[in-house]
Design a protein around this ligand. Structure first.
Ligand code: KIV
Length: 274
């Protein structure tokens, strides 16, 4: 059966994620930016594929996610959506696509749903964006929240250190989490916060929490796929478990190919047409 005619009931939905939390079944999420990687993740049983603005750092070679554009997110989301049958597709609203006004946020999120087949959007930040969350949710656009380390604000914070370690920031993150749930987010990413704060928020909310460097008590986990594959190796945060070392394997394969070409070992006659 082609992707276009695959029954929608097979898809992971916001309701399915809520049921998973209620049953204590952990939610497995990864990022994807292209069709091949998305298809492999989907076949492996990943529940949520995030088309993250981390595309800026792991694919485009940027130092931060700040310059990633709406056009780029729309493109990557569409190619991911094309390849996926089961996983829910969530796409990041990039920096400045939702902060200017509710109208602009709705137009941008709506574009990602209509043109790029996203099934939900994610936005970074707490209380300042409650109206945006409500507006999107009321318009039929599911919103995933994102608190703790919020990489789009890196120039404001100046550092990628763990968030919520001092009591004041911890209280603010907890309040933001409650306010976002109240405003209608269907799930909440918690990035780089202490494990006991991850637990406290997870227990306080009915919606699922998805941790990245937020400890084992969250309802689900997400990693950047290029990090967990050992493909992106510029830095290695403590929370990244590498399930493969693909950068080494690939570089070795490229070296081998260069050697074979130089030495006339590739192609051989079996790899040539008579
Ligand atoms: O952009 C991204 O990949 C993310 C994850 C780190 C959660 O926001």
């Amino acid at each position: 059966m082609s992707q276009e005619t695959a029954p929608r009931s097979r898809k992971v939905t916001t309701e399915a994620l809520r049921r998973m939390k209620a049953k204590g079944k952990k939610i497995a999420c990864l990022t994807a930016y292209d069709a091949l990687m998305a298809e492999l993740c989907d076949r492996a049983g990943i529940d949520v594929l995030l088309v993250g603005d981390s595309v800026g750092t792991v694919v485009q070679g940027l130092d931060t996610t700040v310059s990633v554009t709406m056009d780029q997110m729309a493109y990557h989301c569409l190619v991911v959506a094309r390849a996926v049958r089961r996983a829910m597709i969530v796409v990041d609203l990039p920096f400045l696509s939702f902060q200017v006004s509710e109208e602009e946020a709705l137009r941008n999120a709506g574009r990602l749903m209509k043109e790029s087949q996203a099934e939900a959007v994610k936005l970074e930040g707490g209380k300042p964006f409650l109206k945006v969350v409500r507006r999107l949710d009321e318009s039929g656009i599911p919103v995933m929240g994102h608190l703790g380390l919020t990489p789009q604000s890196i120039h404001r914070f100046g550092t990628y250190k763990v968030r919520g370690t001092d009591p004041e920031e911890r209280r603010r993150i907890l309040e933001d989490a409650r306010a976002l749930e109240e405003a209608g987010v269907f799930a909440l990413v918690l990035e780089k916060v202490p494990a006991d704060l991850g637990r406290e928020i997870t227990e306080a909310l009915e919606i699922p929490t998805i941790g990245i460097g937020a400890g084992p008590h969250c309802d689900g986990q997400i990693l950047v796929t290029h990090d967990m594959l050992g493909l992106f190796t510029r830095f290695h945060p403590r929370f990244v478990r590498r399930y493969a070392e693909l950068a080494h394997l690939m570089e070795e394969a490229f070296r081998h190919y260069v050697r074979d070409v130089r030495e006339g070992e590739f192609p051989n006659l079996d790899e040539s047409y008579p």
